[in-house]
Design a protein around this ligand. Structure first.
Ligand SMILES: Nc1ncnc2c1ncn2[C@@H]1O[C@H](COP(=O)(O)OP(=O)(O)OP(=O)(O)O)[C@@H](O)[C@H]1O
Ligand SMILES: [Mg+2]
Ligand SMILES: [Zn+2]
Length: 398
């Protein structure tokens, strides 16, 4: 269930594009009230994303609001929307082609607007629509939000021939962790997944032993399982399998695809990530940047053991690498073969919190020490090995 939040984007502050491509307040002109209706679309750990439902103005100055979703920050940390925008403009957009990035514009939000978003969140919680893991989190009283290219499907798919299929996934680590042992049989992403699945099974067993209720993990949404290195395989059969896995777990569009449509979208996905496809170019660029920005790994460049050797630029580079290893790829695949596939990276907030460094270091250590990279995990009984990782295929004889 979705609840409308009818809000005023700017009552005393007229949005307008300035030379920095920012929408800023302008109290000089006649005061208009733009009534925009927003509907909550999705949320992550730190941000909530709203889809524009309606905009009651044809005025050109409000055009930037069209075809955009609105992303606002939750009160979870000190990072502000302006810092995110500065980092995007000063760093991310310098290293990736604009066509591969969601466009981003700052928009000024009034206090009233934020209050009504928070009221809406409260109502979504009462109705049970909001995911329980996010209940209680509120929009930050930050005067700025971000307008991002709307990568949702327009809802017309399967209703008269047109439309596009929208999917989303995280490409994750597109090359092995620099700290993985030689002759690893799992890449960083597959090693972490194997470790998490093992731990999940352990806690399920425990909770089953204690009660007859199904474990919480069982209630979680299924996720596509594939090795990120396989995304770069340039192999049609491998990519078709990845597409099927992604399509099977894409639920937010709630489209009931017919078989011929599924085959068509699979073929377009495969074309996009093979040969001369833009998708393969995008992934190779992402892989290059991940490697280039972090050649040594967190265990070498982490906050210890030799912090005196770490320069600010080292830290920035490493943060950028980690950001690019956790960003999302949002895709729109049109049903019309004449229209190009659109793929843009999102969730590119620079991972700058100090706590993250320690978390990354511990994670990398436990993967190494636990034998998750080499498929020699000590208590690996029952993991059944990892059979999706490209490295396992290539280096099974080691
Ligand atoms: N430009 C967009 N178009 C369509 N949907 C979007 C867009 N940006 C974000 N979303 C949706 O909103 C969700 C949450 O956005 P985002 O990943 O930016 O939040 P986050 O709080 O940074 O998440 P995380 O906890 O993973 O860091 C995404 O998973 C996606 O489904
Ligand atoms: Mg994020
Ligand atoms: Zn792998």
């Amino acid at each position: 269930m979705a609840v409308d939040a009818v809000v005023s984007i700017a009552s005393d502050l007229l949005p307008k594009l300035d030379s920095n491509d920012c929408i800023t307040g302008d109290t000089g002109d006649t005061v208009d009230t733009v009534l925009a209706s927003y509907r909550m679309l999705a949320e992550g750990g730190a941000n909530i994303v709203y889809k524009l439902d309606s905009l009651n103005s044809e005025d050109e100055k409000y055009a930037p609001l069209r075809n955009c979703v609105l992303r606002v920050r939750k009160s979870v940390d000190d990072t502000t929307t302006k810092q995110i925008a500065n980092c995007f403009n000063g760093l991310i957009s310098k290293v990736l082609e604009p066509k591969f990035l969601v466009e981003l514009k700052l928009v000024h939000l009034t206090e009233d607007f934020i209050d009504s978003l928070n009221l809406d969140l409260h109502q979504l919680e009462l109705s049970g629509w909001r995911s329980t893991k996010h209940v209680g989190a509120r929009v930050k009283p930050d005067a700025w939000g971000l307008l991002l290219t709307d990568m949702t499907s327009d809802g017309t798919l399967g209703k008269g021939g047109g439309g596009a299929y929208a999917i989303e996934f995280k490409p994750k680590w597109l090359s092995q962790s620099p700290n993985a042992p030689p002759f690893s049989r799992r890449c960083r992403t597959c090693a972490l997944r194997a470790q998490r699945e093992f731990e999940k099974r352990g806690s399920e067993k425990q909770s089953k032993g204690q009660s007859n209720e199904p474990g919480a993990a069982e209630a979680g949404a299924a996720k596509a399982t594939f090795c990120p290195l396989a995304l770069l395989s340039d192999d049609r059969a491998t990519l078709a399998m990845i597409a099927r896995s992604l399509f099977a777990t894409t639920d937010y569009a709630a489209v009931d695809l017919q078989d011929q449509h599924l085959n068509f979208f699979t073929a377009r996905f495969v074309d996009f990530f093979t040969g001369q496809g833009d998708g393969l170019r995008l992934l190779r660029r992402l892989q290059f940047l991940q490697q280039r920005m972090d050649p040594y790994g967190i265990l070498a460049t982490g906050i210890g053991p030799h912090p005196e050797h770490i320069t600010l630029i080292d830290m920035k580079r490493f943060q950028l690498a980690m950001t690019l290893r956790d960003c999302s790829l949002l895709m729109k695949i049109p049903l019309s073969a004449a229209e190009p596939v659109e793929a843009r990276l999102a969730d590119l907030d620079l991972k700058s919190s100090k706590a993250k460094w320690e978390e990354w270091r511990l994670k990398e250590r436990s993967l190494r020490i636990g034998g998750w990279y080499t498929c020699r995990e000590e208590d690996g009984e029952g993991t059944g090995g990892e059979d999706v990782c490209v490295l396992n295929e290539v280096e099974w004889w080691v």
